[in-house]
Design a protein around this ligand. Sequence first.
Ligand SMILES: NC(=O)c1ccc[n+]([C@@H]2O[C@H](COP(=O)([O-])OP(=O)(O)OC[C@H]3O[C@@H](n4cnc5c(N)ncnc54)[C@H](OP(=O)(O)O)[C@@H]3O)[C@@H](O)[C@H]2O)c1
Length: 262
Amino acid sequence: MNFQQKVVLISGATGGIGAAITRRVAQEQCKLALVGRREDQLEALTRELQQQQRECVYKTCDVKKKQDIEETVAFIAQQYGSIDVAILTQGILVPNPIETFDTAIIKETMDVNFFGIVYFTEYLFKVMKRQKSGTIAAVSTLPDKRGVPGWGAYGASKAALSWFLESLRAEAKLKYNINVITIKPGSVQTPMIKDLPRRGAIPAETAADIIVRGMKREKKVIQFPFQQVTIVRLVDLLPPATYDHLPMDRQKGEGYPIVEEK
Ligand SMILES: NC(=O)c1ccc[n+]([C@@H]2O[C@H](COP(=O)([O-])OP(=O)(O)OC[C@H]3O[C@@H](n4cnc5c(N)ncnc54)[C@H](OP(=O)(O)O)[C@@H]3O)[C@@H](O)[C@H]2O)c1
């Protein structure tokens, strides 16, 4: 796949991975459309790219609101006349300790991490089906197959997302020439995990480079870094009785909040 002169929508462009992808993809001479809620950051990044003679627009959008997404896709399609590639990176990671189990955390996480992508897909499909071409790449997570203590909200949203994307991939390609790509990062140094240090976390710029190279090679699933992929996929094979004996604190990870029952 070639990014040159393509219209590329990036959601979560204000985030660690999204901003790094934006700067990396800008080197490919494409036309950029940045999406997120924090307007000051969208504006600053847009100005930075325009100063480098890149074509770039931005649109504020809260992905919890379906109408925001509809308006965002319409705005970008109107600005540029097409949307060739969408790299959807928005996400939240909120611990939900069992002592204070809170359904609202699960609902909000599903709204942002899962339904935010589902809504984008609905409106992007309308544009891309008309074009008979396009690429939708969305960021799930590497450990998307087994439940992790404390991280049920996040894990459920990402497992649903991986399943959703895979269920679309073959048919979207066959019928409409639309590529659907699932991005599955291991730990990446970004604001999302700044209070949750992870051994082996890679810089966001490295992650962005792997993602863009994977997309250019038309990979269907981009999972990285290699060492974490090996460990996670081996752990996936453990039978439930063995899996349940993995040390819980290690699975929750450093920085996981310790709370008292309310
Ligand atoms: N960092 C990691 O180790 C890691 C590992 C695996 C997967 N991931 C995934 O990678 C993606 C990017 O994460 P990151 O690490 O770059 O996190 P981050 O720095 O916290 O960025 C999160 C992004 O999501 C956007 N966002 C959150 N809620 C939103 C909403 N309601 N509407 C619109 N945008 C919203 C934020 O933008 P605004 O606040 O401006 O709206 C921000 O741009 C996420 O999907 C995350 O789950 C991260």
